[in-house]
Design a protein. Structure first.
Length: 325
């Protein structure tokens, strides 16, 4: 099922978010649990805020299909919520509002864990306090960058809620299984630039790197190179670089990369076509190069317009050099 893109066969949904949510009540005999699976209005560690009302549409459309899963593994459902609704701040427990005063509401649930083997194990772990937090599995439908520099999740499609083993970790930890990267792909920030890796630099031929403009007026560049594993020597984007002088922050840069991920893949393909233009320019076949360049520009996605500008500039420079000679 497309909406559940497996991470190395784990069966995990697109995104999971472990918030400062908790189990309110637990009846071991009946296997019933009650609590809050998410909190609205609270900024988490990845500078994201779930807006009030973000769950309203998914609860209207898919409420009966939302399951209680074990540790976000949708292949191991352990129950179903009997009550699942979004509530305001006045319905939040005093313990929660005292600890998180910015919370504006939450996703309240009540449900029962069934007696499968995993369900029985879950009951024991909850009883012993080994598992004491809740988390949501969801897909992001709508978001926007707020004036407060937080990414606001305006609409969420909810797939499941899960008891999770997160009690020993900091509150508001976010785990994004679609976008979570290993250590060598973590973003970096220097005095002037923000670097968001797309691929491991070690996967590329060492002397093949070069920098191109993706959106020159916005201060966005891409470092491209040739992959060692690609026998055709095709060019791919290794990382995006954002100029802080243009107002880029880490949060904004990360949000931009997420939004344009598919277009960034497309840029790599288009760059292959641009090689033909460069070859024609270097041969002095300016008329043909201009024809191919015109076709290429019409195919370019918005973030790649800087590539067209670079090629056009190179054409003018080479033509000027040829005329001079």
């Amino acid at each position: 099922m497309d909406r559940f893109r497996n991470r190395e066969g784990s069966g995990l949904p697109f995104k999971t978010k472990c918030l400062p949510a908790f189990l309110k009540e637990w009846d071991e005999d009946k296997g019933e649990l009650e609590g809050f699976a998410a909190i609205t209005g609270f900024p988490d560690a990845y500078r994201e805020i779930i807006d009030p009302g973000a769950f309203s549409k998914t609860l209207r459309k898919n409420k009966g299909r939302i399951a209680i899963c074990w540790q976000h593994n949708w292949r191991e459902p352990i129950g179903k919520p009997s009550i699942l609704r979004e509530v305001g701040e006045d319905k939040l427990p005093e313990e929660l509002t005292r600890q998180f005063p910015k919370a504006t509401g939450g996703l309240y649930f009540k449900g029962r864990i069934v007696d499968t083997r995993q369900g029985q194990d879950a009951k024991v772990l909850i009883r012993e306090g080994v598992v004491s937090e809740m988390s949501i599995g969801y897909d992001l439908v709508k978001s926007y960058q707020g004036d407060d520099d937080y990414l606001h999740l305006e609409e969420i499609e909810l797939f499941e809620i899960s008891p999770v083993t997160m009690a020993a970790m900091p509150a508001a930890l976010v785990t994004d299984y679609k976008d979570m990267e290993p250590e060598h792909l973590k973003p970096e920030e220097t005095e002037d630039y923000i670097h968001i890796p797309i691929r491991d630099a070690g996967d590329f031929v060492a002397d093949s790197f070069r920098t191109i403009d993706l959106a020159k007026d916005q201060g966005i560049k891409a470092v491209i190179g040739k992959l060692k594993s690609d026998p055709d020597g095709s060019t791919h984007i290794q990382k995006c670089v954002f100029d802080k002088a243009k107002g880029w922050t880490m949060a904004k840069a990360q949000a931009w990369v997420k939004e344009h991920r598919e277009e960034l893949k497309e840029v790599s393909s288009i760059w292959q076509k641009s090689i033909k233009v460069i070859e024609l320019l270097e041969k002095g076949e300016f008329k043909e190069a201009n024809r191919v360049l015109t076709e290429l520009i019409s195919e370019l996605p918005k973030p790649a317009l800087g590539l067209a500008e670079e090629l056009a500039l190179r054409a003018r420079v080479l033509e000027a050099e040829t005329t001079t000679l």
